[in-house]
Every structure is written in C-alpha cells, then in structure tokens.
Design a protein around this ligand. Structure first.
Ligand SMILES: [Zn+2]
Length: 376
C-alpha cells in the first residue's frame, strides 16, 4: 500500500510540473523502481520491504554490485569472543584543536556535515598511524554523519556482542594522495571511518564494561549535541521542489517502471576504469548547503578512552558499498541531548517522510571472513 501510494504521489506530481531537463543535485526522490540505468537517478532506501531496500541494493544499479559482496561488507556485529588483541598503533590526529569550516546538507537519506576542503595541509585535520595501513599515510577529515534506527534504542550500524546503541556517528577520512573524498572512496584503502556509539543523555543505558574490566564513562558531547540541535533543524525540510524536473521526466514512470533487476552481478567487481567512466554522478553544486559557522572538529564527537577500539577492513555502508574502508569502532560511547536525537529523527528524507519512519542504518552484514582486532 505504502509503495503504491508513493507511485501515485510521483504520478500526481508529474502532471503538474513543466518540462525541463537538469541533473540531480543530491539524491533524488524514488521513482519507485527496482532497477535504474542512469547513475544520476538511481535510488536506494532503507525500506526493508521494498525492492530499493538494503537486501536489494546490489541489484538496483550496475555500479552498486559490490553491495552484494560477502567479503568485507559493513556494518558487522563485533563478536568480542572472536576479536584478536593486537598492540595496535594509536591513531594520531594533527590539528585536532582546530575547527575546520564545514557545511551541512540534507542528502535525501540523512543530513551530513561536509568539511570545506582547503588546499593547504596546515588547515586540514589529518589522521595518521591508522591500524592496518602504512604508519605515515595521511587521511584528511572530510565528513560527519549519524546513523540511527526505527527502534530508538537500536540505531547504531555496528553492534558489539549484538548490542546496538541508539545512534552511531561516522567520521570519514580520505587518503590525502587521492585528492578528495569522491575520488578516494572507490580506491584501494582509500578511506578510514571512525565509528562512535551515541547514547541519549538521561536515558538509562547498560554500562559498557570492557574486557579488561575498565568501565566506559560516556562523555556528554556538548558541542556535537549543540550542532545537531541547531543544524538538523535548518536542513530538516527536504527541498522537493528542486527535483521537479526530475520527477517530471518520469511522468510516465508509473507505467514504465523498470523491474529487470538481476541478481547475477551481485558481489562482482568493477574495474577502476568502469567506475571512473560510468559510476560518477554529476556534480551537485546546486544542492542546498547551510554554513556551519562554528566549524567542525572530530574532537566534538570523540569519546573518552580513545585507546579502546576495534578495527577491521570493511566497506561503505551505503551504495556503492566499496570495500575500501578501514573501520575504527570505539568501544566507549558519547551522549547527546534528547533534543538533538529528536531533531535527527524528524529530518525529512527525499520522500518527505521523517527519517524515523525507516531509520538510517544498514542491517548487519555477514561476511565469509573478516578479522576484527581489538586494542585492549
Ligand atoms: Zn555512515
């Protein structure tokens, strides 16, 4: 019924809009299809009962076939009985005291903070000494976003011994040698992701006991909480009107929905050449961005006890699901205000539904073999 309704809404909108071409800025509203040919129109969702949902991401577009891999897809359950202790290098931050200029936008799937990239390294926040990567490799801080679920208590993407937290913040860093996030994300070892579990202040939580008996003291991340309260409000409404040409172009989409999706390419590998030529979306310079006047720092989000973490080689948790991310998932959580959590839940997606309806989290992936190392 829900699906049928969304088709009808698209069809209804279509007849009211005038002709026009134009490309898509962020992520477009769904056309209610199971398969797309044009990467600019391809759409995925977190609706588990629909063919655009997580179980079918690998079938939606040829550029997303990696989502069907069973090698190193993320997120995973971190089973502490199987993690391997290693004397791991401690990730080192440069310029962590700095606040870098950033913007926030509503991508249609979730709000995301993006660091405004500068040319000079002295103005960048850089991470090195990353476990699993050459010691002196430099990764540039580029993005921050938060995952959460339909179930208010289970919204993190990773879980530890099958225990989820209400939210999980992701700090994304790219290999400086690749120049920018967009180019780095498909490249071998292109990204580093820091995952921080987020709880809601005041809500009772089971204390997180660490293997060695050290208890986690959740840090109230005041700055981050304030940023969430202030800026999620500002990007809450999804500007559907920006997509009218797009919706219009599919005015008969209701009748010619493509369903010729195929599972046969799922888990396959794309060449870099193919990715460069066929999988790049048009630039989205026109999307609505709001300046984050306070700037941004990973410090806003990091927990106490950053020496306690798990790490493994995984993937992006949204299409195209490239297996290029070294994940560092911190053991200890932070907390934010309930207002901050609410503001996130009520942000609209590209269907103008509140995010809480479907949540913003990919289900746990089963891989053939992923080794998770722990620092403690
Ligand atoms: Zn993420």
């Amino acid at each position: 019924m829900e699906v049928l309704l969304s088709f009808l809404i698209v069809a209804a909108l279509s007849v009211t809009f005038v002709d026009g071409a134009g490309y898509l800025q962020v992520r477009p509203p769904t056309l209610g299809q199971c398969y797309y040919e044009d990467i600019n129109t391809a759409h995925f969702s977190y609706n588990r009962t629909f063919c655009e949902g997580p179980a079918y991401w690998c079938q939606i577009h040829i550029c997303w076939i990696t989502c069907g891999s069973n090698e190193r897809q993320s997120p995973i359950n971190i089973d502490t009985r199987k993690t391997q202790f290693r004397l791991l290098p401690m990730p080192k931050f440069y310029n962590l005291h700095k606040r870098v200029p950033a913007t926030i936008r509503n991508t249609g799937h979730a709000p995301e903070f993006n660091v405004v990239q500068t040319k000079s390294n002295k103005d960048r926040i850089i991470l090195s000494n990353v476990p699993g990567r050459p010691k002196d490799k430099k990764y540039v801080f580029a993005q921050l976003h938060v995952h959460f679920g339909r179930d208010e208590t289970q919204g993190s993407e990773h879980c530890i011994d099958n225990i989820f937290k209400p939210m999980e913040a992701h700090l994304v860093f790219y290999d400086l040698d690749y120049g920018n996030l967009g180019d780095a994300r498909s490249k071998k070892d292109g990204l580093v992701g820091l995952g921080v579990m987020v709880e809601v202040r005041g809500n009772p939580q089971k204390p997180t006991v660490c293997k060695n008996g050290r208890k986690c003291k959740p840090r109230f991340a005041k700055r981050f909480s304030d940023l969430m309260e202030k800026y999620y409000e500002q990007v809450r409404c999804f500007p559907l009107e920006q997509y009218r040409d797009y919706i219009h172009n599919d005015r008969f989409g209701f009748f010619r929905r493509r369903n010729s999706r195929s599972k046969k390419y799922c888990g396959g590998t794309l060449s870099q050449n193919y990715i460069q030529n066929r999988c790049k979306k048009d630039p989205d310079d026109n999307s609505l961005k709001v300046q984050v006047t306070e700037g941004l720092s990973p410090k806003d989000v990091l927990p106490y006890d950053t020496d306690l973490f798990y790490t493994y080689g995984g993937s992006l948790t949204t299409p195209p699901c490239y297996e290029t991310v070294q994940w560092i998932v911190y053991k200890c959580p932070i907390t934010v205000s309930s207002q901050a959590f609410n503001m996130l839940q009520f942000v609209e997606d590209s269907q103008k539904d509140e995010l809480i309806k479907l949540g913003v989290r990919r289900p746990i992936q089963k891989n053939r073999k992923v080794t998770v190392y722990s620092s403690f």
